[in-house]
Design a binder for this molecule. Structure first.
Ligand SMILES: Nc1ncnc2c1ncn2[C@@H]1O[C@H](COP(=O)(O)OP(=O)(O)OP(=O)(O)O)[C@@H](O)[C@H]1O
Length: 309
């Protein structure tokens, strides 16, 4: 079989608290038995999934599987691009979610596990989805950029992810993020931010956080942008206003259910270009990773990436 017809899996052995390394051989065997022989490589550390993906796409592979959590998927998506363009516009991504949080597959309405994954391969269903791009300052103050499929946010989410990712996620994604969120809500101070959408200043003042959403879920299952569509060519921008910690904690169940948009102080907009600045240090979260901080400039690449599922 030619490289372009074979699947290549990029595997983060460290994901799901290390269980991915233990279980991959059994999944590989099953995939082979079902008629899907798979080439693969384990990542060796943060950022490696991007390098591996770029390399194999340049070698001629076209079908890539991300095996790990949301962080791995984000790194793999970043590997589809080089010099601001897709390395191969025909390339395709399948997501075998084996992490703790799994917010992207919630947005794609894919279930976890080898059987639903095999079903996706058998059915051959694909969607062409939008990809977000954000320019930001990394934690050393250098300007850099990153692509994302799901949700990027600034403010409380950035602080929560920084906290949760420093700890083990042995309690599972949902509980780890819930506890991280509660601790962060109690310690966080709302920040003055300015938000411009498609050239118009739509918000200036003190607020809790701004979500720039392509998908719907963050934080291990909070439906933060219930109306977002992965392929509508637009971001849903959700602003959580100047809430006190107690008010936010009271509303937390509504955020999990996606019924928070009617709460006074929550605002939703749609747009394609978003600029966010802050007078204070405001941390960025991209697909569950915390790579830097504001100022942020977002753009959307409409219907650009082929995803199985
Ligand atoms: N070989 C490796 N060793 C250690 N860390 C790695 C390795 N490969 C990748 N990473 C890093 O592991 C981090 C977590 O990965 P990932 O998000 O896929 O798993 P998770 O935390 O279990 O899942 P989720 O984000 O869905 O909760 C990422 O920041 C990634 O860069």
């Amino acid at each position: 079989m030619l490289k372009q017809d074979r699947w290549f899996a990029v595997i983060n052995p460290h994901s799901a608290n290390g269980s991915t390394r233990k279980r991959w051989p059994e999944y590989l065997k099953r995939l082979g038995e079902e008629g899907y022989p798979i080439d693969f490589e384990y990542t060796t550390g943060p950022g490696d999934a991007t390098h591996i993906t770029k390399r194999i796409l340049k070698e001629g592979y076209r079908k890539v599987i991300s095996v790990g959590g949301d962080g791995t998927m984000n790194e793999v998506v970043n590997g589809f691009f080089s010099d601001g363009q897709l390395i191969n516009p025909e390339a395709e991504l399948a997501i075998f979610s084996h992490g703790t949080g799994s917010d992207l597959i919630r947005s794609l309405q894919i279930s976890k596990g080898i059987d639903p994954f095999l079903e996706i391969l058998r059915q051959g269903r694909k969607r062409t989805v939008d990809v977000g791009e954000v320019l930001f300052h990394d934690n050393f103050g250098q300007q850099t950029h990153r692509y994302f499929l799901n949700v990027a946010d600034v403010g409380l989410g950035g602080e929560t992810v920084a906290r949760v990712n420093q700890q083990s996620k042995l309690l599972g994604g949902k509980l780890s993020f819930l506890m991280g969120s509660i601790l962060s809500i109690l310690r966080y101070h709302n920040k003055v931010m300015f938000c411009e959408i498609d050239g118009k200043l739509i918000f200036e003042g003190r607020l809790n956080s701004i979500m720039v959403a392509n998908g719907r879920y963050i934080g291990g299952g909070m439906m933060i942008a219930p109306q977002a569509e992965l392929d509508d060519g637009l971001f849903d921008i959700v602003i959580l206003g100047d809430f006190s910690a107690l008010t936010l904690l009271r509303h937390l169940p509504k955020i999990y259910q996606g019924t928070h948009l009617k709460i006074p102080g929550v605002k939703v907009y749609r747009g394609r270009f978003v600029v966010i600045t802050s007078t204070e240090k405001a941390l960025l979260d991209i697909d569950g990773e915390q790579p830097g901080q504001a100022p942020l400039t977002f753009g959307l690449l409409p219907k650009i990436l082929r995803v199985w599922g």
